[in-house]
Write a new protein. Structure first.
Lengths: 791, 218
């Protein structure tokens, strides 16, 4: 992957530089830099609590006081910008600054309980550390300290010990400036000042965990980690988040073979210093319900088998079948997806493979082959931040790629205009100060084709971006319309899948008709090059089955054997088709880390590693590889690639490298395709469904997802599960408190909310507690349901 | 208590008065107190909904300013200035006498729901120190005995007037005036009396005036 830059150097803004002197050392830095940053550049550390490079200065804690020549009183270095010739003296060279800082520290500690021995922050606490470096050795305070009942919940997950707080306002500023969820505020005044929430509205922000991480004292803790361990007992490993396509850098802390917590890690190009609560707290799934040994089906029952027995059993089953298919869930690493792609073509000699075991379409496959797979990186978080305008289609960033949401919010605060095409002006869109371009579900292609001239003109500006989510697959003609719009306006088109593995699986060739690096299977030279790299004479030359066609073929008995890797039947809109396909397939080999509906249907189950047990790479929505190392070095669980390698060996077929380094080398040697690409889709827009109420739906960030299991505090911060309709629609229903929504398979009863939804549309979460649309109603986005006021 | 549709309309009317509706929050909270006798959680939520901000943001304001109360005030709010000047001139004694008479301390309601007592900060009435307020109307030059007498009369339901003229109504009525000051009562009573202007008179007699403001320092 190469990051292309077409911005000429002449476009770089001229920066006015000034020279300042800190502790006798001169430095030339851009005008407007804060004194505290100038000192950092010189390696001079000024103590601070409220200062955070990604938050606006507030000078709340007063810890960073420095002595500036010509200024009568010490000034806060975190809020003072440098000017030409400024002479700054910090605590290192100025007794005035040192005295001021010691005085502030003494005040900050007046009401602090000094309970470091029982505090979670102890050992990694800026207050503890700086009390040592910048405070007096002994307290002179012998009055009674102010105390509070402790702790209080500001949300189910986040706990607050008010007496530890130094009122730095980092958490409240994060909530307001970064997350856009000002549900956490400084309440009361004077000595009673304290962080808090409204009485009946907890701090249920998707990003609430960041406040725990940036709290410079032990005031904010998470229910998940509170009192679990001491930081100095933990081993920290840099990792990549496996939950979505944002690709956040994380730090995973573990002790005695168990992950104790995860933190957002500093990656300015991607997640800056933030992550979402799912990425932070949802890791308990890794240990629960695991498949621990190979299993084979005997007399209808799965039984434990040894590896050699299971491999032999699977190899014989696969070899006996005359037709094959491979289904890869969207959570595989690039390396594992590549192993599936290679195994399908080399060992099974089939092109029947798809990573999209979810709502998908042929049009989407064409779109991905022609416009996404193996393309050079064009839109990044950074270009997003500088885009003049961003158009969102079939994509709700706050739920479906939360760090994209945070960067869009940063962009919007800087002037980027955001438009969303769809039926709902969501809370997320409001936080982006965005504008809804109303479209009934299914009508998006028509709306795009007749986009207002003004929006069209805005999209022609250099740097304009169109972001399309994976839900575009459910809109007939959607991908075609989006491609046409991008072509007509010149805006950069970016596909943002939901799952962490989808973008990588696409580039690894885990889709029918596509070889690694975006190579079209139908191009002779591409096929020949890949065949040579894989050491085989030829590869399947006709585009195989994918998506629903592959499952339908299995259901009709046309697929002799299926291999599944990390597949969830619940992802499929048509679950009966998935189940029927797996039941009718002659032989099913499942590579799974957890027991699930798939393992119940499989003939052989191989246990495979979760992210902590293997190294790998996730390719995020940008197309940026996000490699990660193995957290548990002594884990004995093997990756999908290694198991597939062993399976190939059991079939007496050589498939090449199975280790991460070897696969990366193979993929790297193949490189990206520069030849002709597959044809773009040309599908006319489908009809908009008839009916009084059409469903608009997507997955909430915190919902029934299997990778959120075992984390009750996180689950309790989920957004309200409700049917959201317009005031007109609600009025027509008689404004009931809750409604029963009915589809072909059944109904759900949920509270009714009034929101910015277009008339005749009902917005429901796709897979939340009490509202699982595919299973309970049997409807997908754009289909009609009936709604009645519930008794 | 619930916020009625009429009150909601009035809250919207206040919000519409400002270029940035959020500026209306202070009078809106006074209006909530005028109907609920306190800033209720419901009142906070309604203000937040009307202004399009979060309830936490409203709570921050409602808890920062001391004129907003998070529990029912009762019929009358009694304030005694105990800042330096009033305190030294008898304010502390007035406060103690009232506290004893009512059986309550700072920021507490009386058991019968009639009174709320509060140490208050400077009311800009030092000329008439010590100063007490009843439902934010001035009671100038009070003594412990006169202050207790005011409370006794209020307790008996008698009509009481501010030393500056206006008839004491009750806390909620005053809160309504604070939300909608143009209710015709603004000129009730004496705004300025001779005692307040002694300094000005002396300055005029002696030809004293303030130094002129240097040009460019406006």
């Amino acid at each position: 992957m190469t990051i292309t830059s077409d911005a000429g150097s002449d476009l770089t803004p001229q920066v006015e530089m000034v020279t300042v002197v800190v502790d006798g050392v001169a430095i030339e830095i851009p005008k407007g830099t804060l004194v505290i940053r100038a000192a950092e550049l010189l390696g001079i550390e000024i103590p601070r609590f409220c200062d955070h490079p990604l938050l606006e200065p507030v000078a709340a804690c007063r810890m960073c006081l420095v002595d500036i020549e010509g200024v009568p009183k010490p000034q806060p270095a975190c809020a003072q910008v440098v000017s030409e010739g400024m002479q700054v003296r910090t605590q290192l060279t100025s007794p005035v600054a040192r005295d001021a800082q010691e005085g502030v520290m003494e005040f900050l500690l007046l009401n602090h309980p000094l309970d470091c021995p029982v505090c979670d922050k102890g050992g990694e606490c800026p207050l503890q550390n700086q009390a040592m470096t910048a405070g007096r050795p002994e307290s002179r305070f012998d009055e009674v300290k102010r105390t509070f009942p402790k702790p209080i919940n500001v949300s189910a997950q986040i706990l607050l010990d008010r007496e530890r707080c130094v009122s730095c306002a980092r958490c409240t500023r994060f909530a307001e400036q970064i997350a856009g969820d000002p549900m956490l505020e400084l309440l009361e005044r004077g000595a009673n000042q304290q962080v808090g929430t409204a009485v009946d509205q907890p701090f249920d922000s998707y990003f609430s965990g960041n406040t725990v991480q940036i709290c410079p004292v032990g005031a904010l803790t998470s229910a998940a980690y509170r009192f679990r361990s001491r930081p100095f007992d933990l081993v920290s490993v840099p990792t990549t988040c496996e939950h979505c396509a944002s690709g956040c850098s994380l730090r995973t802390d573990h002790r005695r073979g168990t992950v104790t917590r995860r933190l957002a890690w500093d990656e300015p190009a991607v997640n800056e210093e933030w992550n979402c609560d799912k990425g932070r707290f949802a890791f308990t799934y890794q240990e629960q319900g695991r498949v621990t040994t190979p299993l084979i089906r005997e007399d209808g029952q799965l039984r434990v088998a040894s590896w050699p027995e299971a491999l032999d059993f699977a190899a014989r089953g696969l070899s006996a079948a005359s037709s094959h298919g491979v289904l890869v869930g969207g959570r595989s690493t690039v390396e594992d997806s590549y192993a599936y792609a290679r195994f399908a073509r080399v060992a099974l000699k089939t092109d029947n493979i798809d990573f999209r075991v979810r709502d998908s379409s042929d049009e989407e496959a064409q779109f991905l082959r022609s416009a996404v797979a193996g393309t050079a990186v064009r839109t990044t978080y950074e270009t997003l931040e500088q885009a003049p305008v961003v158009l969102l289609i079939a994509f709700e960033p706050e739920d479906e790629s939360p760090i994209v949401f945070l960067r869009l919010r940063k962009a919007a605060r800087g002037g980027t205009r955001v438009y969303a095409v769809g039926p709902v002006a969501t809370r997320g869109l409001a936080k982006l100060s965005g504008t809804l371009i109303p479209a009934k579900p299914g009508a998006e292609p028509a709306v795009l084709a007749e986009l207002a001239e003004q929006v069209r003109a805005e999209l022609q500006a250099p740097g304009a971006v169109i972001m399309v989510g994976e839900r575009i697959a459910g809109i007939q003609g959607g991908a075609t319309a989006v491609l046409q719009l991008a072509q007509a306006t010149g805006a950069a088109l970016t596909w943002v899948p939901r799952r962490a593995g989808e973008r990588g699986a696409l580039d690894a060739g885990a889709l029918a008709g596509l070889l690694p690096g975006g190579r079209p299977l139908t191009e002779d030279s591409a096929r020949a090059a890949v065949a040579a790299a894989w050491g085989v004479d030829s590869l399947p030359a006709t585009v195989g089955l994918a998506g629903a066609e592959l499952l339908a073929a299995a259901r009709d008995g046309a697929i002799g054997a299926l291999i599944t890797g990390g597949v969830e039947l619940g992802d499929l809109a048509d679950q009966s088709l998935g189940r029927a396909g797996l039941e009718a397939a002659g032989f099913v080999v499942a590579l799974e880390n957890h027991h699930s509906a798939i393992t119940e249907l499989a003939d052989v189950v191989f246990p495979v590693a979760v992210v902590t047990e293997k190294a790998g790479t996730f390719m995020n929505w940008e197309g940026r590889p996000r490699p990660f190392a193995q957290t548990f070095k002594d884990a004995l669980v093997m990756s999908d690639a290694v198991v597939l390698g062993m399976l190939a060996k059991a079939m007496n077929i050589a498939v090449g490298a199975s280790d991460v380094a070897g696969i990366r080398q193979e993929l790297g040697a193949l490189g990206a395709w520069t030849g002709p690409r597959a044809e773009r889709p040309n599908v006319p827009a489908g009809p908009v469904a008839e009916g009084a109420h059409l469903v608009a739906t997507w997955r909430a960030l915190i919902d029934n997802g299997v990778m959120q299991e075992g984390e009750p505090y996180l689950a309790a911060t989920a957004h309200l599960v409700a049917a959201t309709v317009s005031a007109t629609t609600a009025g027509a229903l008689g404004n009931p408190e809750s409604v029963t929504v009915t589809g072909p398979l059944g109904s759900v009863t949920v509270p009714l909310e009034i929101g910015a939804v277009i008339d005749g549309v009902v917005c429901l979460p796709l897979n939340s507690p009490g509202c699982v649309l595919y299973r309970d109603l049997g409807v997908r986005s754009g289909q009609a349901v009936t709604i009645k006021g519930a008794l | 208590m619930t916020i009625s549709a009429e009150t909601r309309d009035q809250l919207r009317e206040l919000a519409a008065r400002y270029p940035k509706s959020r500026s209306a929050l202070l009078p809106m909270l006074h209006l909530v107190q005028s109907v609920d006798d306190e800033v209720t959680s419901e009142g906070i939520n309604v203000c937040a909904e009307i202004l399009g901000i979060t309830s936490a943001e409203v709570t921050a304001v409602a808890t920062f300013y001391t004129m907003y109360k998070r529990k029912p005030v009762g019929k009358h709010h009694i304030g005694v200035c105990t800042n330096t000047l009033c305190g030294l001139l008898g304010g502390d004694a007035v406060y103690s006498a009232l506290s004893e008479r009512l059986g309550i301390g700072h920021n507490e309601p009386s058991a019968d729901g009639q009174f709320w007592l509060e140490h208050i900060e400077c009311q800009a009435a030092c000329t008439h120190a010590p100063v007490m307020t009843v439902d934010w109307e001035y009671m100038d030059d009070v003594t412990p005995a006169s202050a207790v007498a005011v409370v006794d009369r209020l307790a008996r339901g008698e009509q009481v007037e501010s030393t500056r003229g206006p008839v004491i109504r009750d806390f909620q009525a005053t809160e309504h005036t604070l939300a909608f000051p143009l209710d015709g009562l603004v000129n009730d009573g004496v705004a300025v009396d001779a005692k307040m202007l002694v300094g000005l008179r002396l300055a005029n007699e002696r030809g004293m005036s303030a130094a002129s403001i240097p040009a460019g320092d406006a």
